[in-house]
Write a protein that binds this ligand. Sequence first.
Ligand code: PNW
Length: 459
Amino acid sequence: MRFPENFIWGAATSAYQIEGAHLSDGKGPSIWDAFCEIPGKVAKNENGNIACDHYNKFREDVKLMKELGIKAYRFSISWPRIFANGRKNSINEKGIQFYSDLIDCLLEHDIIPWVTLYHWDLPLALQFEEDGWLGDNISDLFAEYAELCFERFGDRVKNWITINEAWVIAILGYGQGVFAPGRISNSEPYLAGHNILLAHGKAVKVYREKFQSSQKGVIGITNNCDWREPKSDKPEDIEAAERALEFFLAWFADPIYKGDYPEVMKARLGDRLPSIDAETRNLLLGSSDFFGLNHYTTMFATDATGKNVEADVHGNGGLNEDQEVELSIDPDWKLTSMKWAVVPWGCRNLLQWIKKRYNNPPIYITENGCAYDDKVENGEVDDQHRVHFFKTYLEACQEAIESGVDLRGYFAWSLFDNFEWASGYEKRFGMVHVDFETQKRTPKASAKYYSSIIDNNSI
Ligand code: PNW
């Protein structure tokens, strides 16, 4: 089966993970620059100071994308490269020039830019001065930064993503403290999440009021969600899986598609979950032109009402106590080097769940991919595990499309091996291998496989 005509085939990256040049040409520090300085937060105490040196190598990187036949490139803009201290009074023209040149270079190669405005690298000054995503002003400051981007790049960028993965920012950054800014709390994630939604809503409002009709682009948000499969067909396990999906994806998608947080979250979190008043409801409802989805893995869900589930690698414990859901995996499932299970049918089920809950929105998978311990041998990387991953997940996408899901595009994560946050450089997600000593790029077998899929518009 072929994919729909005009299906968007892309690859994705993010600023801090690939650019390097972390303080070059007037860029200010971000919370990730600071977080990496804390011993023990990142594997081997690595950082994104150089990463793939994409800031200096973007022209050859775009050429490589063209050779691979990539049609769309999703990258993110680093807020502190644009406003060094996060505010309008610290505008950095050299940083703006970098993105402007990158965008021009992409367009010259017929590659469509898909731009994410926030992929986790908050200006450090705003962490100190505004308490990061907990602050009352942060959403307005984000909207001002977004406006500058629309102004300077919107003549050429027609696809905007406001925020990448509100769940990760809130839970991993403010709940578990494993990502910047490293806060540990069982209430702050819900306040951070709320302000992230406000930031998204305010940026969209600016775009729609001042730019959208003349620039003719689209804007939306990307959220991440793993699939939760009921462990048994007992009603309480079916409910537990549903509850887990509501705490994961509906937390951020319901306000946008239904105008309020899920009932189950309101009931279980009480005062910890800010409420959505009429004004906020208006701001958020209908504020995404498409449903951006990042998806990586699947777990079983078992009802754990009244049980004390111990914290473990499957994400149990901690904040999950609010849900009373126990997570587990099937021992037969194959794992990637992140220990994430490869379960393509979970991707299909999740797409169908979104279709049903949100009335069949246009969906773009803005990230999907896997990490493996790839090695260069005789100048080649034969990553057959990743080839298999893309093949089976794309087959699952086709099944979803056949069942009526309006899936319009797919972005592989990631174009390059890069700085994998708290895991450092050891976890390789790229279709293109990067030797971080020499900065040599080597397309893996999966890159060639992905090229052929794009060429044929079918698997
Ligand atoms: C996403 N989790 O992060 C990000 O958007 C990328 O920057 C990242 O490189 C990629 O996925 C691979 O990790 C996630 O723990 C990080 O559930 C952690 C989780 C999910 C997504």
